[in-house]
Structure formats: structure tokens, C-alpha cells
Design a protein around this ligand. Structure first.
Ligand code: ADP
Length: 158
């Protein structure tokens, strides 16, 4: 079975993430969207909220699983017996960063190779990032145009 892990923070999931998953969906038998949880990091949305959003977004995609993990992505992949990591590329900065990680992961998994598969962002989605969405949310702006409809934040009460 061809299975890929799509790891990320998804704080929150955006239309950029959605685009990558939707386009990778026909390429794999299963995609596991896995939230990498770092206990040192501060998130805007709790792990439960982020998982809930992703489950809602992909509720009509039977071959998508939602999970979370701590530690190295490659260790998580091995624990799930998965040989592919899916990542999205938005710009040259993403490329440089991702190249180093993917090459390190290849080196670290020589005996049980994990390959990273990259999809280029669709035109019109490359400017979207979770950090920009969080910024807009925190200032009460129109974040809805950047995220799937399942991601809705309760309006602030004054
Ligand atoms: P991380 O903290 O691991 O970068 P993110 O949740 O920000 O987690 O991103 C997860 C993956 O989704 C990464 O591969 C990232 O490049 C990709 N991604 C994020 N936004 C976009 C976008 N607008 N278009 C394409 N890929 C994206």
C-alpha cells in the first residue's frame, strides 16, 4: 500500500494545506495528516481544535486519517510503517529549508528509506500561511477567505 504522512503544525489548516492534500490524494492509497506537537511551542489552537478542523475538512475523504505525534517525523513514519513524507513548496525559502530536512531524513533512514515527495503550491495559494491566518484572526480580520469553511473561530466578546 502506498501511504504518505503529511506532517505539519496546521495551526490552523489553510487553503494552502488543503490544496496539497487534495492534489496528493489520487497519488496515494492513504494519506495520514499528522500534527507534529512540540511541547516547547505555543499554538493558537489546541491540538484537539486543530485535529477537529482537519477531520471536518476531510470528512468526505475516506482515505485520509488524522493523527498527531511528538518527536521526529521519520520515527513517527517508521512507527506507522510509512515510506513517504508529503510536503508543500511555496517559494525558494521553503525549498532551501525542505531540501536540508529531506536530505537529512534520507541519510538517517538509509536502512529503511523514507522519501519526501514535494508538490508545488497552486498559483494563487502560495502566499497563504498559518502564521498570516493567525495574525489576521488576532486583529479581527477576514481570515475566512484563506481557510476551509470548517475553520471558524468564535467571535471575540468585548
Ligand atoms: P510546519 O510547521 O511543519 O511548516 P505547516 O503547518 O506550516 O507546518 O505546513 C505543513 C506543510 O504544508 C509544509 O510542507 C508546508 O510547506 C505546506 N504548506 C503550508 N502552506 C502552504 C501553501 N500555501 N501552499 C503549499 N504548501 C503549503
Amino acid at each position: 500500500m502506498r501511504v504518505a504522512v503529511f506532517p505539519g503544525s496546521f495551526d490552523p489548516i489553510t487553503l494552502g494545506h488543503y490544496d496539497i492534500v487534495e492534489r496528493a490524494y489520487p497519488l496515494f492509497d492513504k494519506i495520514i495528516i499528522a500534527i507534529g506537537q512540540n511541547s516547547q511551542k505555543k499554538y493558537m489552537f489546541s491540538l484537539e481544535q486543530r485535529m477537529h478542523f482537519i477531520r471536518e475538512v476531510f470528512k468526505d475523504f475516506p482515505n485520509i486519517e488524522v493523527d498527531h505525534f511528538e518527536g521526529l517525523t521519520i520515527d513517527y513514519c517508521h512507527s506507522k510503517n510509512v515510506n513517504f513524507i508529503l510536503r508543500g513548496l511555496r517559494n525558494p525559502a521553503d525549498f532551501e529549508f525542505e531540501k536540508a530536512i529531506a536530505q537529512t531524513n534520507r541519510e538517517l533512514t538509509k536502512n529503511n528509506l523514507i522519501e519526501t515527495i514535494f508538490l508545488l503550491t497552486s498559483a494563487g495559494k502560495s502566499f497563504i500561511s498559518s502564521s498570516i491566518v493567525r495574525e489576521i484572526i488576532s486583529f479581527g480580520g477576514n481570515y475566512e477567505i484563506l481557510v476551509p469553511p470548517a475553520v471558524r473561530v468564535a467571535p471575540k466578546t468585548k
